[in-house]
Design a protein around this ligand. Structure first.
Ligand SMILES: [Fe+2]
Ligand SMILES: [Fe+2]
Length: 233
């Protein structure tokens, strides 16, 4: 018997089904770059590789789930949309990767399990919406959770580390680090202006604080870190 007041959801995505989706997306990304010659799309940059993209997706799944739970969104719609949101990122051009991803998602959900059309519509809608650059008050709650999570993965310690890695690829030295971390901080502020939920704002502020600490520590430890024109180019 169902206890009074407990709503039985029409769609339940089991942990097993969810793990299978993750595996599908990981393999899809890897297959997208298979046989590509290295120079093609700068895959030597960590964030152009399929392993980076998959890792980003896992980060977004965690963030989006946390936001969805706290904001009262449909958690299954949000986490399934999150796992698929960048599935086509490495095979499609940036400006159409959201639509292409939604097509892959629809095909997957229609051919596996027994998901109602309304669920598939909502998930695919959020995947399409994730590249929306306008006001987050204008999209459904589930899309908003996904977009906020996608933005937050660029903010914080992870964003700072990626920027420092990039310095290495650009043959910059650690003398530029504070400047680069500054850029991370600036971008974090820009990104954070977009988020609207209290939950996402809270996460953003915590992450910005971490980047500020990193900058302060660098300035404290590395002499002439903030000197003018040291290695600027
Ligand atoms: Fe994307
Ligand atoms: Fe993304």
């Amino acid at each position: 018997m169902v206890p009074v007041g407990v709503e039985i959801k029409e769609t339940e995505v089991s942990d097993e089904d969810f793990e299978e989706m993750k595996g599908f997306v990981r393999d899809y990304l890897a297959a997208s770059v298979e046989g590509e010659d290295d120079g093609g799309r700068m895959r030597w940059y960590p964030w152009h590789s399929s392993s980076y993209r998959f890792n980003h997706i896992l980060n977004v799944v965690d963030l989006a789930t946390e936001i969805a739970e706290a904001e009262g969104a449909d958690v299954d719609v949000v986490r399934v949309a999150a796992v698929f949101h960048d599935v086509a990122k490495l095979e499609a051009e940036q400006d159409v990767h959201a639509e292409a991803g939604a097509r892959v998602t629809r095909e997957y959900l229609q051919s596996r399990g027994n998901y109602p059309e309304s669920f598939i519509e909502e998930v695919c809608g959020a995947v399409v919406d994730h590249s929306y650059t306008g006001d987050l008050d204008d999209v459904p709650l589930e899309s908003r959770c996904l977009i906020e999570a996608d933005v937050l993965d660029k903010v914080g310690a992870n964003g700072a580390v990626l920027m420092l890695l990039r310095m290495g690829y650009e043959s910059r030295t650690h003398m530029d680090a504070a400047k680069m971390v500054d850029r991370v901080l600036q971008r974090a502020h820009d990104h954070t202006e977009r988020v609207v939920s209290d939950t996402a704002e809270g996460i953003a502020h915590q992450r910005i604080k971490r980047v500020k600490w990193l900058r302060e520590w660098l300035e404290e430890e590395v002499s002439r870190m903030d000197a003018e024109g040291v290695t600027d180019r």
